[in-house]
Design a protein around this ligand. Structure first.
Ligand code: 13P
Length: 255
C-alpha cells in the first residue's frame, strides 16, 4: 500500500478576527511545533491570512484559504485569486466546500475551474466532496460523490496529484455532531480511492483523502485507523487549540 503522510487541516470558517486568529495559531505552534509525521494546516478567513502568515512562517504549519476564485484578475467584485493567495503566504486553498456549494453557487463545474486555478497558481488544493442526507437515504452516495469527483478528475493530470488532497465531507455530518462511523467513511474513501486509481493507477493511490464532519478528539483515532482515511478536515473542533492538537496527535501514524 502506498505510504501516505496524514494531513489534518483546521477550517476555521467564518470565525476568529485577527487577534483571535493569531492567538490560536500561536497556541497551535506551541502544542504542535515538533510534529513532523503529520502535515498540519489552518484556513482562517481572508482578512486574517496576512497576520497568520507571519506567525506560521518557518514553522511546520501550512496556511490556506477557504476558497479561491478561478479568474486571475478583472472585474470580479469580492473575489480573490490564486496568485493573491500565494502572495499573502498561502500554501493551499480549500475548494468545493459543501457550504459554498449549497449557499454560494459553486457547481461541480465551478469547483473544477477553481481547482485548476489553485494548482496553476502554485498552491495545493483540498477538494471537498460529499453527499447530503437525502442523497444518502436515497442510496445515491457514491453516485453523487462520483459525479463531484469526476468533474475534478477531468481537469487533473498525474503531475498535479502530489498537490491534491480530496476531503470527503458528508453534508449530514458537518456541524451536527453526527459523525460518519469509521466504516461508513471508509466505504466512501475506498470508493474515491478506486476512482483515483482507475484514472491515475499508482499515482492515484498516493493521493491523500481526508475525512471531515464532526471530527473530535474522541472519534479521531477510530476514523484515522481506517485504511483509506489519511487525515481530517476539521471545523468546530479546530477552533480550540487543545482539541485540534489532540486530533492531530490521534492522526499520527502508528510506529
Ligand atoms: P465540523 O467539524 O464542524 O463538523 O465541520 C466540518 C467541516 O465542514 C470542515 O470543512
Amino acid at each position: 500500500m502506498a505510504h501516505r503522510t496524514p494531513i489534518v487541516v483546521g477550517n476555521w470558517k467564518l470565525h476568529k478576527n485577527i487577534a483571535e486568529a493569531t492567538a490560536l495559531v500561536t497556541e497551535l505552534k506551541n502544542q504542535l511545533g515538533t510534529v513532523r509525521d503529520v502535515e498540519i494546516g489552518v484556513a482562517p478567513v481572508f482578512t486574517s491570512l496576512s497576520a497568520v502568515a507571519k506567525r506560521v512562517e518557518g514553522s511546520n504549519l501550512l496556511l490556506g484559504a477557504q476558497d479561491c476564485f478561478y479568474e486571475s484578475g478583472g472585474a470580479f467584485t469580492g473575489e480573490v485569486s490564486a496568485a493573491m493567495l500565494l502572495d499573502v503566504g498561502c500554501q493551499f486553498a480549500i475548494v468545493g466546500h459543501s457550504e459554498r456549494r449549497a449557499m454560494f453557487g459553486d457547481t461541480d463545474a465551478v469547483v473544477a475551474k477553481k481547482t485548476r486555478a489553485v494548482l496553476d497558481g502554485g498552491l495545493r488544493a483540498i477538494v471537498c466532496v460529499g453527499e447530503t442526507e437525502s442523497e444518502r437515504d436515497a442510496g445515491k452516495t457514491t453516485e453523487r460523490v462520483g459525479t463531484q469527483l469526476s468533474a475534478v478528475l477531468e481537469i487533473l493530470s498525474s503531475d498535479d496529484l502530489e498537490r491534491v488532497v480530496i476531503a470527503y465531507e458528508p453534508v449530514w455530518a458537518i456541524g451536527t455532531g453526527r459523525t460518519a462511523t469509521p466504516a461508513q467513511a471508509q466505504e466512501v474513501h475506498a470508493f474515491i480511492r478506486k476512482q483515483m486509481a482507475a484514472r491515475f493507477s499508482s499515482a492515484g493511490e498516493a493521493v491523500r483523502i481526508q475525512y471531515g464532519g464532526s471530527v473530535k478528539p474522541d472519534n479521531a483515532q477510530a476514523l484515522m485507523s481506517e485504511a483509506d482515511i489519511d487525515g481530517a478536515l476539521v471545523g468546530g473542533a479546530s477552533l480550540k487549540a487543545e482539541d485540534f492538537a489532540a486530533i492531530v496527535k490521534a492522526s499520527r501514524p502508528a510506529r
